[in-house]
Design a protein around this ligand. Sequence first.
Ligand code: PLP
Length: 394
Amino acid sequence: MPGFELFGPEEKQEVADVMESGFTFRYNFDHIRNDRWKTREMEALLCEKMNVKHAHLVSSGTAALQTAMAAAGIGAGDEVIVPPFTFVASVEAVFMAGAVPIFAEIDETLCLSPEGIEAVITPKTKAINLVHMCGSMAKMDEIRTVCAKHNLIILEDACQAIGGSYKGQALGTIGDVGCYSFDSVKTITCGEGGAVITNNEDIYNHAHMFSDHGHDHVGSDRGAEDHPIMGLNFRISEMNSAMGLAQLRKLDKIIDIQRRNKNQIKEAMSEIAEITFREIPDVEGDSAGFLTFFMPSEERTIEINKKLAENGVDGCFYWYINNWHYLANWQHIQQLKSPAALPITLIKDKPDYTKVAVPKSDAIMSRTISMLIKLSWTEADIKQRIENIKRAFA
Ligand SMILES: Cc1ncc(COP(=O)(O)O)c(C=O)c1O
């Protein structure tokens, strides 16, 4: 998954180009920037590659989520359905929007399940934050049907799934608004960065303004621009966009390598009788950043995870006990710990997050191991890895 494995002269050249221009701000200042517009270039390329009308770069995936929520009109008191298995940012962003995260069950896609979503809908539900975890997708057709029936906004957190698709549509472009992350360990990286993508012009315009203090970006005099809405600074710098642009040009290659490497390992592991693989609703659209499999029991999962490490199979994650990716380990969120009073503390009938139960998700995650697929593996590395895996299972 990590695009940094393919860093090369292309990234250096793009960054050098910004240094030469002598200017790193993404907007305005036409007279001193020597016609370098790396952010605009990367946004245009994202639109082309993802076949989406609008792409807006911001400073991180977390900033993208917060921007997307504000731009889609999600705010105080709205309930937003979230999965218990995700990176914690998918939930933090809901709190920071003033909204109320409502946890729902995942299924063996490792994403929110259609039934799980439907079970927790209330009159206050405004949106779902649908996280396409570990490079692959949720059951989009069924989920779209549920959301259409209840008039819910679909926000796709595709931070871990850029390059993936569902029935030919890029993940992130199927719902109302989507988000990508380009942080240091993502499929493509620019150090820190993110994107909001959408076909909805109103959401795009609001995202553009919200992430830059409400600037309307009309005209060429920044100081004279109007401020139709309030916002914050979630801007990306030209340095980051330059690196991201070079990485985005490599995305197809990255996905090809991931798929090739994953297929080889998956094929070899198919011979191991005790494992089953994660459900992937559209196998052809898997971005293949991870190979995820289920063990028959929690005990055996713990044992195998240990044996994989002992046998030199690196990059294996037992997310169930991971501090950052599973609800059961987020005591700070369960207890609403924050240096300042969060808006949710004012809500009277808020959930008691210390008591949220997701038994179906627990049953799945306690038996799940995800293996990171690297880009730098040689044929010999893969052969060796397969031998090591077989030894761990022996
Ligand atoms: C599913 C998911 N959402 C959001 C984020 C946040 O992205 P960033 O680190 O760019 O803020 C991440 C990052 O790990 C993620 O995995």
